[in-house]
Design a protein around this ligand. Sequence first.
Ligand SMILES: N[C@@H](CCC(=O)N[C@@H](CS)C(=O)NCC(=O)O)C(=O)O
Length: 201
Amino acid sequence: MGEIVLYGSIYSRTFTARWILEELALPYRVTEVSLRKRHQKSPRFLKLNPMGKVPALTDDRVVVTETTAICLYLADRYGLGSLAPAPDDPRRGPYLRWAVFATAVLEPAIYMREQALDPSGVGWGDCDTALGALESALSPGPWLLGDGFSAADVAVGAILSVAMFAGRVSGRPVLEAYNARLSERPAYKRAAEANWPPPPS
Ligand SMILES: N[C@@H](CCC(=O)N[C@@H](CS)C(=O)NCC(=O)O)C(=O)O
């Protein structure tokens, strides 16, 4: 196994990458990319992610960006059969579906509602439909694939949890109970502590 380096920043979506790394109990080094100092736009970082956004992760020479891709990559490589169903497992389809849903549907749908933008005709639909779809997937739960927690729960859960904390999603008991279960996980707690340190006094 090579060295895993997480390029990220506190108070950012780096949380998701930290969470999956912690779930997999992988050793990793963190390189802080200061958003305040705009280091995400430095020529050096842009070589890793031309989008100029964190997180980015390197595993030896492999570069992965996009939070969902980081979850899927690490779970396949280091958690196949545990955090990622194997390709011939019937749960593989739903697993990929909900992982992709996280950043392709849920996140833009929440954002558009917050910004009061018209969701008609967009590929991800409206926020209530997206939240309703998620509720169906979690019934009966406890996780998206039923009994087995997976990297799809990390990808979806990170977005949902931040949205709930910020008050962008509320009044959804099924999702609130799911968020409570997620935040009880030791790996979630470790990632949250690292991502949201208390402000210096
Ligand atoms: N689609 C990306 C979004 C990454 C993203 O927007 N990161 C923010 C921090 S939470 C960022 O780097 N913002 C700085 C900028 O856009 O300049 C992912 O899921 O990884």
